[in-house]
Structures are given as C-alpha cells and as structure tokens.
Design a protein around this ligand. Structure first.
Ligand SMILES: *Cc1c(COP(=O)(O)O)cnc(C)c1O
Length: 356
C-alpha cells in the first residue's frame, strides 16, 4: 500500500533528492567512488558544498554580508552557540513552545534572558502579539514555526535589535526577507535533508562583539573562515540538501513553494473546520502551514485510538500528535505531495461517516 509520510522530522524528502543521493552513494558522478569514501577536501566534494551554498543564497535572495554555513550539532547546539557568540548582557526571547524554551535555557548560561511574551497559558496554541522588544537587548530570538503545536509566524517581523530565528521546520517554505534577520538557523531534517546537518545564515558584522573567549569549534568565525570545513562536515547530508535545493529551484523557487504549501494546508484546515468530529488545536491566525494539529471533539474523544488505527491501515504514517498536545499532527512539509493531503482527508471523511 502507498504510504503517506506525515512524519514531523526526520520527514519526507523529494523523491528525486533521495534517488540522486542513492546514486551518489554508489558512484558519485561516475568517478568510480562513493560520496561516502571521498575526502571532504577533494574538488568533487568542494563542488557539492559550493553548489549547496550558492543555491541557498539564490533561493532566499541572501544579501551581501551574510554567510551560509553547514555545521554539525543540530539546531540544539545553536541554542548554545548563539548566546556564546552574541550575548553580552541581555537577550530577549519569544516563548512559543518547547524549542523556544530550550533555546532560552541555554542563553541563561551567558547573561540575562528577558522572555518578552509567552503563549504557555494556552499550551502554546497561538503566537503572542503586542509585546515590546527591549532595545537594550543584544538580540531577539524567535522560533518561526512551532513544530509541536502547529503555530507559525508567517511574516518577517520588525525588530529594533538583531533578530535571530530558529527556522528548523519552515525554512524554504516561503520567501523570507533575510535582511531583517541577523541570523537564521535550523536542523535540516524537517524540510531540507536528512538529520546530521544544520544550516546557519549569519550576518558577519554581528560577530566578534562579545568579550568572552569562545572555544574554536563554537565560534562562527572559525566556520566562516574555513568554509564550513574547519572539521569534517556531514558530507552526505549536505549532498542531499543540495539535491533538495535543486528540486525547489526547478519547481520555481520559494514563492512557488509557498503557493503549493498554502493550497495543501487550506485543503486540510478546511476539512478539519467543516468536520463534525475533528477540530484544530491552534488559533486560526497562528496556524502553521507545515504542521497541522487537530484532535477529536470532546464527544468523540474516545474514538481517537480507533482513528489512529484506521488511518494507519489506510497508509497514513506519522500522524500521531506530540504527547504534549495529543490527538493528531499532519506535517505537510515542502516535499509532501498534495495527493497525500487528499488521501488523509478522504480517510477522515470515511472514518467520520462510519462512526457517527
Ligand atoms: C526539531 C526542532 C529543533 C531541534 O533540532 P535538532 O536538530 O534535533 O537539535 C529545534 N527547533 C525546532 C523548531 C524544531 O522543529
């Protein structure tokens, strides 16, 4: 049976990116060796790294003065590297979920942390509005897409201080005005590639402003200077990221990607809103285009396990909601085809008519 992959991360990737990765594992561009067994210093790998960086810059129209890095350690290591490199006295954080909290927790090792607003009062089901960003903060940190709760900041906000964004789960899902950010980062495994590589887009002039000594590996300037090759980079994940970026480009770029994502999300949200059995968990204005969270209405709550089973038997994979929200979560990342969304909707309708 065809599987519909709604996994939250690691998650679905463009089929062509996987196929080309498989080929490169067997024989990279006909050189008679696998990408797994060549030096990261070889010209063959350098070309892959260069193309990945160039495509990232092209797709997001990254202006002069910014660097694109591919590092190890996941988004979680960035939670610590950001304050290590940028926090002198005080940093501001928007608390929109568990990832945002984890990011703020690391900053506390380096200085004062000001939580400008939180949506914890309603289990992070909305994006706070009307907060003030302290102008004396070294930076303001946001999590643009809250993977667990299905909420998203859909626009590039104005910040009076350096804006730092965790875009792990919505990078390249829409056009972004990079010039509004000092830094954008994330793990690749939600929308870009396999686990093991972290992308960082950083404006160079924000670095070198802290007094503390920074260990070599944790200093962004090391990785800029060495072109992400101070140490051995995650070569294979970078190859797949490059292939995913090529796929986005061929599709028409991030503006086109956004249109497709809006269409897919609208289909599913409309189905949830018009259902008598299911209901969404995030506030409408804050709803994510990438992670669509829903539960059963109170009167049908006892049918959640049965729906889970039914969906599984119909090829749906990864739709169990995160334990802190419950219910269901359909991750509709870039690579998820519209047919999978339609299949899930059909599944919901069939279950509803058989059970009400
Ligand atoms: C998954 C996720 C992370 C954690 O990424 P790791 O690469 O596993 O450290 C951080 N932030 C957000 C928004 C995520 O979705």
């Amino acid at each position: 049976m065809k599987k519909h992959n709604f996994n939250a991360g690691p998650s679905i990737l463009p089929r062509v990116a996987i196929e080309n990765t498989a080929k490169a594992v067997l024989d990279l561009n006909g050189i008679g060796m696998s990408i797994l067994e060549i030096s990261h210093r070889s010209k063959d790998f350098q070309a892959i790294m260069d193309e990945a960086v160039a495509l990232f810059k092209e797709l997001l129209h990254i202006p002069e003065g910014y660097q694109v890095l591919f590092l190890g350690g996941g988004a979680s290591l960035q939670f610590c590297m950001i304050p290590f490199n940028m926090l002198n006295k005080k940093a501001a954080y928007l608390e929109t979920g568990v990832w945002a909290k984890k990011a703020a927790k690391e900053a506390k090792f380096f200085g004062d942390v000001n939580i400008v607003a939180t949506s914890s009062d309603k289990n992070f089901s909305y994006i706070p509005k009307g907060y003030a960003i302290p102008t004396d903060a070294d930076y303001f940190h946001i999590t643009t897409n809250n993977t667990i709760y299905g909420t998203e900041i859909h626009t590039d906000i104005d910040s009076p201080v350096n804006l730092v964004a965790d875009m792990s789960s919505d990078i390249l899902s829409r056009p972004v005005d990079v010039s509004k950010y000092a830094m954008i980062y994330g793990g690749a495994q939600k929308n870009l590639g396999p686990a093991g590589v972290t992308f960082v887009i950083v404006r160079e002039d924000i670095l070198g402003k802290v007094e503390r000594p920074i260990p070599t590996m944790l200093d962004y300037r090391t990785h800029i200077k060495e072109g992400s090759m101070f140490n051995t980079p995650p070569c294979l994940p970078i190859f797949t990221v490059k292939e995913t970026l090529k796929w986005i480009k061929e599709l028409g770029g991030v503006a086109e990607m956004q249109k497709i994502n809006i269409a897919k999300a609208n289909l599913l949200y409309n189905a949830i809103d018009s259902s008598k059995m299911f209901t969404g968990t995030a506030e409408k204005e804050s709803r994510s285009l990438m992670n669509i969270c829903f539960v059963m209405k109170d009167e049908y709550k006892d049918k959640e396990d049965a729906f889970m089973e039914f969906a599984k038997n119909n090829g749906m994979v990864g739709i169990k909601g995160h334990r802190s929200v419950g219910g269901f979560r359909a991750s509709t990342y870039n690579a998820l085809p519209k047919e999978s969304v339609e299949a899930l909707i059909q599944c919901m309708k069939d279950f509803e008519s058989q059970n009400s």
